[in-house]
Design a protein around this ligand. Structure first.
Ligand SMILES: Cc1cn([C@H]2C[C@H](O)[C@@H](COP(=O)(O)OP(=O)(O)O[C@H]3O[C@H](C)C(=O)[C@H](O)[C@H]3O)O2)c(=O)[nH]c1=O
Length: 186
């Protein structure tokens, strides 16, 4: 598994080694020991999610508040998404900074997103299926979010506003300046 740092160094872009032959391909999607070595700490995923969305669907930007914060290992098994992560840790020198990368069933790229970061994605293909592991259980009362279109985040979503399909919840998320995030840097 190749690991690359992004502009937010705590967010890892992982690329598995693909074994191709005349039948097709095989690759290991996850190996706990390998990820723990990259993170230099233990990690224990307890839940795996799958969502399928049509072109233009934007899910996010989401996170779970403490003590139910979730680290995520995200991959795409159908189609293509623009995946976006935001540093929401108070005191972070990169507070409010974002990274974005294309995850697709073609590039097999994965993103590891630690606690203290908001996550979302925009579907760029006719359909996209996103599968992701989390290290804490879903908790509706700890579910929180950030406005995808907050000018202070300056996320350049590559579709026009009228092409976007966004839940009512995500249309009403707070801006970075209103964030109740209790994540602290370090
Ligand atoms: C996240 C989650 C949701 N649900 C239920 C709650 C709703 O009845 C339904 C849809 O939930 P929601 O609209 O919050 O789903 P997404 O908009 O895809 O949320 C996710 O989108 C972004 C990209 C994320 O990174 C988060 O993992 C997650 O917040 O599934 C569950 O039962 N378990 C869960 O873990």
């Amino acid at each position: 598994m190749l690991s690359q740092s992004l502009q937010l160094p705590e967010v890892l872009l992982l690329t598995p080694k693909v074994h191709s032959d005349e039948r097709g391909y095989f690759f290991e999607c996850f190996r706990q020991q390998q990820l723990q070595q990259l993170l230099e700490r233990d990690i224990q995923f307890v839940q795996e999610n799958q969502s399928r969305s049509s072109f233009g669907v934007l899910r996010g930007l989401h996170y779970q508040r403490q003590p139910q914060a979730q680290a995520k290992l995200v991959r795409v098994v159908e189609g293509e998404v623009l995946d976006v992560v935001v540093d929401i840790r108070h005191g972070s020198p990169r507070f409010g900074q974002t990274v974005q990368t294309v995850l697709s069933a073609e590039n097999n790229h994965q993103l590891f997103i630690p606690h203290g970061f908001a996550h979302g994605f925009l579907v760029l293909s006719p359909q996209a299926t996103v599968v992701y592991k989390v290290d804490n259980y879903y908790s509706a009362q700890h579910d929180a979010g950030l406005a995808y279109n907050d000018a202070n985040l300056a996320i350049n979503w590559p579709l026009s506003a009228k092409q976007l399909v966004i839940s009512t919840k995500d249309q009403q998320q707070p801006k970075l300046s209103q964030l109740q995030s209790e994540f602290n840097w370090k």
